[in-house]
Design a protein around this ligand. Structure first.
Ligand code: FMN
Length: 229
């Protein structure tokens, strides 16, 4: 028996303008794994959607999707502002429509700069709350620590190992969607396995070189422009 392919919307939400983003890389990985006759994939980028006035077409695709996958960076221990705005706008659209799919499956893939994957938990809870409020079903999240390295150190053995773990997590997501599984799945934590001290040393060097690029000195990074107010 031929079944209709399930409709999946992949929502990539890094606020980065022209630089490559880890969220973009992870969304591309998911899309590759979803190239099967059983799934019909629609991919959107939140920044492009908002800036190019494409939200209506994108909301329409989301409304009729069997599964939504939100992939984004952690910003100040929560969601980037553009994604919050997008979710709020979608919620307003959704409340005015009565014809959407009820019970779409929702997944969150969050990557952060710190090496600890679990600090993404709070952001996952925001997506869970969004799922409840739109009468959808949150399935599970993938929390990634040291996300910046996935782009910056591509091809190195420790990143290859992390990408293999992420492939496993994304394959589980694909199966979960295709087989419409109902069993509870715990959030999955994946962190780049790299010496912590060296990680912070390199991170701090990165801030200093960024300051230089912007005509500042190292001491300028410690300025407190609002401390007299
Ligand atoms: C404004 C801003 C806020 C951030 N806040 C956090 C944070 O609270 N915790 C953290 O671990 N990383 C934080 N980061 C780092 C990003 O989560 C990290 O660089 C991520 O890999 C970027 O992903 P992207 O390339 O998909 O945008 C922040 C980055 C920016 C630019």
């Amino acid at each position: 028996m031929n079944r209709e392919p399930k409709r999946v919307v992949l929502i990539s939400s890094s606020p980065k303008v022209s630089e490559e983003s880890t969220s973009g890389l992870l969304t591309a990985r998911q899309e590759k794994l979803m190239k099967t006759e059983e799934l019909n994939v629609y991919r959107l980028d939140v920044r492009q959607s908002l800036m190019k006035g494409r939200t209506e077409a994108d909301f329409e695709a989301m409304l009729h999707a069997d599964a939504l996958v939100f992939t984004f960076p952690l910003y100040v221990f929560c969601l980037p502002g553009i994604l919050m705005r997008f979710l709020q706008d979608y919620y307003a659209y959704w409340t005015q429509r009565q014809d959407g799919v009820v019970g779409s499956r929702i997944y969150a893939v969050v990557n952060c700069g710190f090496p600890e994957a679990n600090i993404n938990q709070e952001a996952i809870r925001v997506i869970e709350s969004f799922s409840r409020n739109t009468k959808n079903s949150f399935r599970f999240g993938v929390m990634i620590g040291g996300g910046g390295m996935l782009l910056g150190a591509q091809g190195t053995p420790f990143v290859r190992k992390t990408m293999a773990e992420l492939n496993k997590a994304f394959s589980l997501m694909v199966e979960d969607i295709i087989k419409s599984r109902e069993n509870a799945v715990e959030n999955i934590a994946v962190a780049v396995n790299f010496p912590r001290k060296l990680y912070f040393f390199m991170g701090n060097k990165g801030w200093v070189s960024k300051a230089k690029t912007n005509g500042l000195k190292k001491k300028d990074l410690f300025c407190k422009p609002y401390s007299n107010y």
